[in-house]
Ligand binder design. Sequence first.
Ligand SMILES: Cc1cc2nc3c(=O)[nH]c(=O)nc-3n(C[C@H](O)[C@H](O)[C@H](O)COP(=O)(O)O)c2cc1C
Length: 445
Amino acid sequence: MTSQIEETVRFRPDVAGIAAPDASYYLLSWPHSMSMGRLSVEQQALLHRLGREAIPVKELRDFEAHLDLLRAGGWLHVTVTCDGRDLYTVEPEGPEVPRTDEMPPDLALSRFAIARRDGTEVVLESPRSWCRVRLHTSQALAWLGPSRLADDDVPALRRLRRDLWGAGLAVSQPDEEDAQLSTCQWQPHELWFHHRSRTRWPGTPHGKSDWAAGTFDAPAARRAPLGGEVVSFAPPDLGRARDNDPSLTAVLEDRRSVRRHDDANPLSVAQLGDFLYRCARDRGIHRVNGVDHVNRPFPSGGAMHELEIYTVVRKVSGLQPGLYHYDSQHHRLERITETTLQVRRLLRAGAMSAAASEPQVLLLITARFGRVMWQYRSMAYSLIMKHVGVLFQTMYLVATAMGLAPCALGGGDHAAFAEATGLDPLEEGTVGEFSLGSLPPETGR
Ligand SMILES: Cc1cc2nc3c(=O)[nH]c(=O)nc-3n(C[C@H](O)[C@H](O)[C@H](O)COP(=O)(O)O)c2cc1C
């Protein structure tokens, strides 16, 4: 006996239907809308029903033209059933993107597709797809394996293959995604991150949503001190710096990455203090509706200023080597630890990144993630990366104005920092590294 494959449809949960006095009917899902034209009372009742419950497609034969419009616009969840049992649901995130190429005989799951738990079910998603597929049975999940996707004997599987192909969740074999640079160049996590941080998905909070308000307290601008010995700095004379610094054009034009330092005349503790003050001190904190907003010399989305600076000191005159935290509110260093094995690992990673010897000072930039993530959804991490870029450039310019040797670094030892400080990497972790030291004589201005 052959299995009975059928479909039921209902509106996406974020879709609202509105009838105008002249019987024109509109579908709304911010920021999209669609006019359905003038509809009879019966047709309007049917659309209202689609908002409340799933209706078998076979009951909608008189409504076929409208149904095609709703499918193409991505307004419907379409559930495929086998002998009355729900197998999977195609859940559009926006209008369908029709494939123009013909479905090949051999299919495999896209390498960008991710299956993850959502509630009690598993959803299959990809940044290259206009929809997600919700799998209601473990049978459907088992079909995703490469050998099963090639199987053509089971009617329900044939239908799933077609839907995965149409959704862009399946690709032709041999893997078309490896054959061209435009897809091959992307690692799955990078494409996911790029896509989800740039695109507003219906039903998914995006941007400054304050999603955690009322559930979690907003993390304070300042966290509890880390303890340890304190090294206080005197604030620099900014009036003198205004008068004596090279011009903006001179700083921009003279800025360059310098990876070697003059160990015979190392950076002084006063220079390190002035550098940190000019780059990253708190100029003020004010609280609005329970949320701390911070002002520093560099800008920050929402004035959240989640970035912290730690200094690994190898050679600074007047300062013990070791790992310190910069307290940007009180303009001082808190000593965390001497040069332990983990601190040595941090220095070595810095040297390897610069392909140079260990820097006099390795600046570790961390993010207290909750500062940004408490407010922003989906784009929070990309915002943090932008803040690191903003701080990098501020560090380059201040170092150049002060006649120091700056160099941004592309990587570091994330785990060594967590081990050295004992901080939970989900709450605070390194997101950038920067090397700083005294300028060797031959590179001086
Ligand atoms: C985000 C970023 C990451 C970088 N990573 C490294 C690095 O890991 N190692 C390194 O030696 N230089 C690194 N640099 C410095 C670049 O190599 C340097 O800016 C580039 O070669 C141009 O030279 P210039 O800075 O002197 O203009 C980085 C720069 C930036 C902005």
